[in-house]
Design a protein around this ligand. Structure first.
Ligand SMILES: Cc1cc2nc3c(=O)[nH]c(=O)nc-3n(C[C@H](O)[C@H](O)[C@H](O)COP(=O)(O)O)c2cc1C
Length: 189
């Protein structure tokens, strides 16, 4: 069976650096037989600016966000993916707010008990990161990667990342090759 890769894009620039690189990654993964779904987290219609901490998800048996908008059903099916790749430009040392408001609602895919135990909807999903930045690694890319490593730690699996520093001046052909190879590696994990 082919591997399912979901790429969740958080850049407001449809044809910007991040979506371009994410497109090459998708191409690489598809080329190795993966089923790839690219979701534009910016374009979804949200009822809220982010998680409102209502705890509706924690008080429910289901692993789903109780807020009824376009993001809710997408979040609920993320655990079907073999690979969940977040794609974001670095905005002030972290992911964009567009992506973060989606991520916070992924709280609904975990049940946190007072005794510290955590149950989760993810059983097979590996996390990956695609991040572009104008600066170098120390200008926000490394911090962004650190954040996603924390999220990925829940999966118990090593995170794969494709970091693109100095994206504005990058050699596009070299970057394309790197991104396609990264996509191919996602189809293999
Ligand atoms: C609001 C804003 C904040 C940014 N903050 C950073 C930053 O902290 N570090 C960095 O290296 N680049 C930063 N950048 C540059 C972008 O990360 C970089 O140009 C990125 O490749 C843009 O991707 P896009 O074309 O997908 O929007 C910022 C850009 C914007 C618009």
């Amino acid at each position: 069976m082919s591997r399912k890769v979901i790429i969740l894009c958080g850049s407001p620039h449809k044809e910007g650096n991040t979506n371009t690189v994410a497109g090459w990654v998708a191409q690489g993964a598809r080329g190795k037989g993966a089923e790839v779904e690219v979701i534009d987290a910016v374009a979804l219609k949200y009822k809220v600016g982010g998680c409102v901490g209502c705890m509706g998800c924690q008080n429910s048996k289901e692993f789903r966000c109780v807020i009824d908008d376009e993001a809710g059903p997408i979040i609920a099916r993320l655990p079907e993916a073999d690979v969940l790749a977040f794609a974001t430009p670095v905005y002030f040392y972290g992911p964009t707010a567009h992506l973060k408001r989606f991520i916070d609602r992924m709280f609904s895919l975990f049940k946190f008990s007072p005794d510290g135990k955590v149950r989760q909807a993810f059983h097979k999903t590996r996390v990956a990161l695609i991040a572009t930045a104008a600066g170098g690694l120390d200008d926000g890319l490394s911090l962004t990667e650190q954040l996603f490593r924390k999220i990925a730690a829940f999966s118990g699996k090593e995170m794969q990342s494709l970091l693109v520093p100095n994206a504005e001046g990058a050699d596009k052909e070299e970057l394309r090759r790197k991104a396609v190879a990264f996509g191919e590696s996602l189809a293999r994990v």
